[in-house]
Write a protein that binds this ligand. Sequence first.
Ligand code: PGA
Length: 240
Amino acid sequence: MEIRIFKDIEKLNVEAAKYFIETIQKEKNPVLGLATGSTPIGMYKELIKSYQQGEISFVNTTTYNLDEYVGLDATHEQSYRYFMTENLFKHVNINPDNTHVPNGLGDSEKSCREYNQLLDDTQIDIQILGIGSNGHIAFNEPGTPFSAVTHVVNLTETSISDNSRFFESIDEVPKQAITMGLSNIMKAKKIILIALGENKAEAIRKLVQEDPNENTPCTILKNHPNVVILLDHAASSKLI
Ligand code: PGA
């Protein structure tokens, strides 16, 4: 695991985007693993800038998102499909048919099986990750087996409370999500994890100091050969 700490978040976002830009330029049919939440927004802005400047094209790119809330459709402003459209897809020349987000509506178990099949049939070249204050990656909450594939998850109180800032009230936050499993995530060739802010510092401390263990899902990344962790000062504040 390579760890890089930045004073300037703009610079961090530029550096994160560089890894993706290189992949998009190098691969004939790039496959990107994408994430939602506040963390990757700055990086997506850099990718849009790079597209507008003619450095990259998304015409041959395929994307797979980590997760989606159960019960929210694509037009719901807090659905992750909506987030991706607003923060990246509608600004670049990607074919919407090549963008994949788990289906939060209908039969969730069936959605999981179908999504997992898609992931089994491909390999993600580069995956962006945020991290939960409880150490989750995607919605793999503490205690999730490292062997997990795409599954329905009951969100923890911590995740519901962390995400309530995006909803009018905490009662509106969905209680379940569909998430890629940890073993799906580990299949990516390269993984970039970004953590910003003080409330991620404890999760980052555990990631760095603990051996891989299922109580701290992010620690599985120590078993991956190609991970880069990008931190702002606050998120790195518990590392000595
Ligand atoms: P955030 O979420 O980017 O909104 O902080 C990260 C996560 O929960 O994985």
